[in-house]
Design a protein around this ligand. Structure first.
Ligand code: AMP
Ligand code: MG
Length: 438
């Protein structure tokens, strides 16, 4: 589906979660095609390996060397020339003429009937191509080893030069969200810095007259602004530069001013609150002046209302770029659910990541779950193991959209698909884990 935030269809009908996701991905892809896109060369920076974790690789990392750089032993054992092997059970007897350790090669020659005691990772001598593991050999004294000839074939237990990576080939593809293994891999190639996309700048603001900042006194009609903190936590995990625009009161002038300020500094603006029925008209009016934003009713629970689109480039902003805008619902759980469902993948895509989806796994539901077809539900749950030791989930108490405790106690979402109906105890359900999430 092509993105069209103001289309009447999106305004009136309930939008399937997947349609919303597609529309978002399509708009982000359009933004990336623009001349001043975030992926222009001047938005790429070089960082040292120790700073590269969770950054997104901007160019393929080409291996400057063969890995391994020479043939070496894959086992602790004895290296010899495999020509002496046959497929019968006759014993091969070899004389040990020296030792090679990792980092300490053997300098001499290995002739016919001879072998070299060799440790894993040690350089293979030029005249050997095979290693018999230590545990397959017998020995009557310290100078001789014996093993059945058909125990192995010539060439076994040797790691070949360039077997892992060949010089000039891509060791890590552009778009990789760099993990510890990638940093280790880069280091194994002697590469000390990587080209990554610069960190995204994301402005966050909370809207609502009832909101108070931490440290301010509460009266019965006010609540603390928690959304900015859960958003900050989720954005920090994604390694994003956060611009905190604070709390904005429910009045058109303050809201407009705050949006313009945020859009002048940030690549993306995420607001929470002010998009539900009753308040949306007010926000819509401002958005019409500032950009192209659709107000969506999404067939999901929690998190039904959401605004999404772009804000026009603010005069003076350089380069003249649009700002991607997410107007999330105000309910604290809905903020987190809509972030994980829609915002997270859009931010990763905008920042050049090739994999943007949340990983899903399945577990057995310990209890029955009531579910109406026609909307996607995100229930908070704890993944553990059942009596048979198999992965199983149970929901964390009350699932109201405002009950952040249900989220705090949970370690995963149970995701119940759009068409899905009631779940019986023992059914398999999809889950998305919180831990290990970025
Ligand atoms: P709204 O989407 O503005 O109608 O807000 C929905 C509910 O979420 C209301 O109960 C608000 O008080 C609450 N809410 C809105 N923003 C926040 C926030 N930043 N922190 C905590 N609760 C909020
Ligand atoms: Mg409000």
């Amino acid at each position: 589906m092509k993105h069209s935030p103001n289309s009447p269809i999106l305004l009136t009908a309930s939008l399937h979660v997947n349609e919303a996701r597609k529309a978002i991905a399509s708009l982000v892809s359009d933004l990336l095609q623009e001349a001043t896109s975030l992926h222009a060369q001047n938005d790429i920076e070089t960082v040292s390996l120790d700073q590269a974790i969770n950054r997104i690789l901007a160019q393929d990392l080409l291996s400057p060397i063969d890995v391994p750089s020479a043939d070496n032993s894959a086992m602790d054992g004895y290296a010899f020339d495999g020509k002496c092997l046959s497929q019968d059970k006759t014993d091969v007897t070899l004389k040990i003429v020296g030792t090679a350790l990792a980092g300490k090669p053997f300098g001499g020659k290995i002739g016919q009937g001879e072998c070299l005691k060799i440790m894993t990772g040690a350089l293979m001598p030029a005249d050997c191509d095979t290693v018999i593991p230590q545990e397959f050999t017998t020995s009557s004294n310290e100078e001789i080893i014996c093993f059945p000839s058909n125990q192995l074939r010539a060439g076994e237990n040797r790691r070949l030069r360039g077997e892992d990576l060949q010089k000039g080939k891509a060791a890590i593809a552009a778009g990789r969200l760099l993990r510890p293994s990638d940093l280790g891999l880069a280091a194994s190639l002697g590469v000390s810095s990587l080209q990554v996309h610069r960190k995204l700048k994301v402005a966050i603001l909370s809207s609502g007259d009832e909101l108070r900042s931490l440290g301010q006194p509460l009266d019965p009609s006010s609540i603390y602004d928690s959304n900015r903190y859960s958003l900050t936590g989720m954005l920090n995990r994604l390694n994003i530069e956060i611009i905190d625009c604070g709390i904005v009161r429910d009045n058109p002038d303050s809201l407009k001013e705050a949006f313009i300020d945020a859009a002048s500094k940030a690549d993306v603006l995420i607001s929470s609150g002010g998009v539900s029925v009753g308040e949306a008209d007010f926000t819509k009016q401002i958005m019409q002046e500032l950009g192209d934003v659709g107000f969506w009713k999404i067939a999901m629970r929690p998190g039904r209302p959401m605004a999404f689109g772009t804000l026009k480039p603010i005069p003076g902003k350089s380069p003249a770029r649009k700002t991607l805008f997410f107007g999330l619902p105000g309910n604290p759980v809905a903020v987190m659910v809509t972030f994980y469902q829609f915002v997270r993948s859009a931010l990763l895509q905008l920042n050049g990541a090739s994999v943007t989806e949340l990983p899903l796994v399945q577990a057995i539901s310990e209890t029955a779950i009531r579910k109406k077809p026609g909307r996607t539900e995100f229930q908070r749950a704890i993944l553990g193991r059942n009596a048979e030791g198999r992965p199983s989930v149970r929901l964390t108490g009350s699932q109201g959209a405002g009950i952040l405790r249900s989220m705090s106690e949970a370690n995963c979402f149970v995701i119940l698909g759009h068409e899905q109906g009631n779940i019986a105890a023992g059914d398999l359900v999809d889950i998305a884990l919180f831990d290990g999430l970025l």
